[in-house]
Design a protein around this ligand. Structure first.
Ligand code: FAD
Length: 382
């Protein structure tokens, strides 16, 4: 049976996060977006702690209160409605947790997952991309060499990395071969914060998702015990694809929230703004655009829910997850572009919500694999 109705608990959670998004996340994020790049704002760490967001992604045996994927997508949509950058901080934590949940040992889970339930708020980092490119995972130059007495030595750099410098731990992907030996030698390692040999570059000044701080991490002869290798040696590529497959649907829900924010803003403005004595919404040229956006929003959300429902049911979701991310992130770009047009000169001011949404939307179709990469994945599944 298919039901599109939310349960009482889901509605209550949605309502609570909607008011947090409107009252706290959005006002703080507009302020942060307009400023110089900085570390994660303490007020956001407080929201993560107060709302117990990390508990939603951690199993009960490690202190969490995990949600089903469909329910998590509702959470993500509201966070994305408040600010896609804030939601991105949370999404990267979720990725790091996912890798450990999928491939990690019981000791790794017991050691690292409870760190994220710190009452002061905590995040983790997922470190895959390198300067040379993020689309081709086999092009990694970061290496991990097995050395003396069961230790690996890591060398290389990862960029851009959300939560760099703020994370409790880093899930870092490296090549354990001696050169470029392909996917079979990619592996993931958990690196606790403040491990000697890890350094951070300056925070990036970027056009969108400014609320999610990004920086380069440097690994210089970083020594890590082989017990921090996630899963059996050589399983890293599969682990990566499994982690990212889950994450993409949820990044799709962040984009639904972002697109919804832009569409609602445009509808509100179009109803209020009068030109030649009537609201501009009453012109078909504007009304049709809004109707299309509202329709596509419903479609995007249903794609996300379907992908998440398949995750909950342990059914194959690779193509659907990519479809959800592709469709929702492209919709976010369309909604913010049309929204800016509808707001006219009112949208062309800084700081302004539509301006921030537009810049965030552009970057949302790059993170988590670009739109072209999503199409490549979908095509392989047809
Ligand atoms: C704000 C932000 C935050 C990020 N945070 C993180 C993070 O926390 N951790 C992390 O690991 N990564 C992170 N990333 C990296 C992100 O995942 C990559 O940017 C993304 O995967 C694309 O890689 P690239 O930018 O290196 O593009 P490239 O791989 O260099 O590709 C360049 C262009 O070529 C296209 N292209 C490549 N191959 C093909 C092909 N075969 N066919 C058609 N087109 C192709 C791409 O789609 C893209 O348009 C972040 C990125 C951004 C923008």
């Amino acid at each position: 049976m298919i039901s599109f109705e939310l349960t009482k608990d889901q509605k209550a959670l949605q309502k609570r996060l909607h008011s947090i998004a409107l009252d706290k996340i959005r006002p703080y994020s507009l302020e942060i977006d307009a400023g110089r790049p900085g570390k994660i704002d303490k007020r956001f760490l407080e929201i993560i702690a107060q709302e117990n967001l990390n508990a939603f992604i951690i199993p009960e045996e490690y202190g969490g209160m995990p949600l089903k994927w469909v329910t998590l997508s509702i959470v993500m949509e509201e966070l994305g409605f408040g600010c896609a950058g804030f939601a991105g901080i949370y999404a990267q934590t979720l990725h790091a947790v996912s890798t450990i949940l999928i491939g990690g040992s019981t000791i790794q889970k017991k050691t690292f997952l409870p760190l994220l339930l710190n009452p002061s708020g905590a995040v983790a980092s997922f470190c895959l991309t390198e300067e040379k490119g993020g689309s081709d995972v086999s092009s990694f130059s970061t290496t991990a060499q097995l050395g003396e007495k069961g230790y690996y030595r890591l060398n290389g750099s990862k960029t851009p990395i959300i939560n760099a410098g703020d994370a409790e731990f880093y899930v870092v992907w490296a090549n354990t071969g001696t050169g470029r030996k392909g996917l079979a030698e990619i592996n993931a390692f958990i690196i606790p914060r403040d491990t000697p040999g890890m350094g951070y570059g300056g925070l990036h000044d970027k056009p969108g998702l400014r609320v999610a701080p990004t920086a380069t991490i440097f690994l210089e002869d970083l020594k890590i015990p082989s017990s921090n290798l996630v899963g059996p040696s050589g399983s890293g590529y599969l682990l990566f694809t499994q982690t990212i497959d889950r994450g993409r649907a949820l990044v799709g829900s962040i984009c639904v929230g972002l697109a919804r924010a832009a569409t609602e803003l445009a509808i509100e403005f179009a109803k209020e703004r009068h030109v030649r004595g009537r609201p501009i919404a009453s012109n078909q040229g504007i009304g049709f655009t809004l109707a299309e956006l509202a329709t596509e929003l419903e479609a995007a959300r249903l794609l996300v829910w379907k992908a998440c429902r398949r995750m909950d049911k342990h059914m194959d979701y690779t193509a659907l997850s990519s479809m959800a991310k592709l469709f929702a992130s492209e919709l976010a770009v369309r909604a913010t572009s049309q929204g800016m047009l509808i707001l006219g000169q009112k949208g062309c001011k800084r700081p302004s919500l539509m301006d921030k949404l537009l810049r965030d939307a552009q970057m949302s179709r790059i993170i988590e694999g670009t739109s072209q990469v999503q199409k490549m994945i979908i095509a392989t599944q047809l």
